[in-house]
Design a protein around this ligand. Structure first.
Ligand code: CO
Length: 251
């Protein structure tokens, strides 16, 4: 598949898909507290998505068994919600969610504190979020895709963090995953030239320790090899003639 340029009508639908997903994330943020299970989060998230008239796009994607990816502490991404996994004060939890609105996909992730967390954990969450914003400073028509990648990775590595290399961001639209792939670290080449109408999911995954990750036996959950904490932050964005529009974040 090649990189698609969305029409004005498609962009309107992507905007609405993004706006509705932001609502879901805002409600899930309020829902997080010690004592709930990761399955509680999935149930609540799926209900929210459906109540907005949308469909969860992760559910059954390549066999993924839930609507929200819930990844705790050393889990990087794609944690599977479970009734036996109870959030504890001091945990950090990454929620990755997506939905389909009138055939158009949105995708976004946030990492939250569960109650009071350590200063080091807070810093990891904040730097991961900021690395996204450092990256999208380059998300402008005429720039090259890997300008974004280099800015994200350079920023996170300047704090001594490990930037995950085995998973990447992606184009998004009528499919959850479209071309191009978007690494979060510098590349040898420049990548495609960015153009107005491209919609991209930019999603840094940053480890407190080394970048290396391993897959658990469930074939989904990605964890840090050194068991250090990991954070994830993602938005769906639109390339315009000027500044990028963040479709899954309005403030
Ligand atoms: Co994504």
């Amino acid at each position: 598949m090649s990189v698609t340029i969305k029409t004005a009508r498609e962009i309107e639908l992507m905007r609405e898909a993004g706006r509705l997903l932001e609502k879901v994330h805002d409600e899930l943020a309020d829902f997080i507290r010690p004592g709930i299970t990761t399955l509680d989060i999935d149930r609540h998230g799926e209900k929210l998505i459906r109540s907005l008239g949308c469909t969860p796009n992760f559910l059954n994607y390549n066999g993924y068994p839930a609507s929200i990816c819930v990844s705790v502490n050393d889990e990087v991404v794609h944690g599977i919600p479970k009734s036996t996994r109870v959030l504890q004060e001091g945990d950090i939890v990454s929620l990755d969610a997506g939905l389909i609105y009138k055939g158009y996909h949105s995708d976004a992730a946030r990492t939250h504190a569960v109650g009071q967390i350590s200063e080091e954990a807070r810093k990891l969450i904040d730097v991961t979020r900021q690395s996204f914003f450092e990256g999208i400073k380059y998300a402008k028509a005429g720039n090259h895709l890997y300008d974004i990648s280099a800015a994200i990775g350079g920023y996170a590595e300047s704090f001594g963090y490990g930037v995950v290399r085995d998973l990447v961001g992606h184009g998004i639209g009528t499919h959850l995953h479209e071309d191009p792939q978007i690494p979060n670290f510098p590349q040898r080449r420049r990548g495609i030239r960015l153009a107005p109408g491209m919609t991209l999911a930019i999603e840094p995954m940053i480890n407190q320790g080394r970048a290396d990750v391993v897959w658990l036996d469930d074939d989904w959950t990605v964890v840090t090899q050194d068991q250090s904490l990991s954070a994830h932050y993602e938005n769906t964005i639109l390339i315009t003639d000027g500044e990028p529009e963040i479709l899954t974040l309005s403030r």
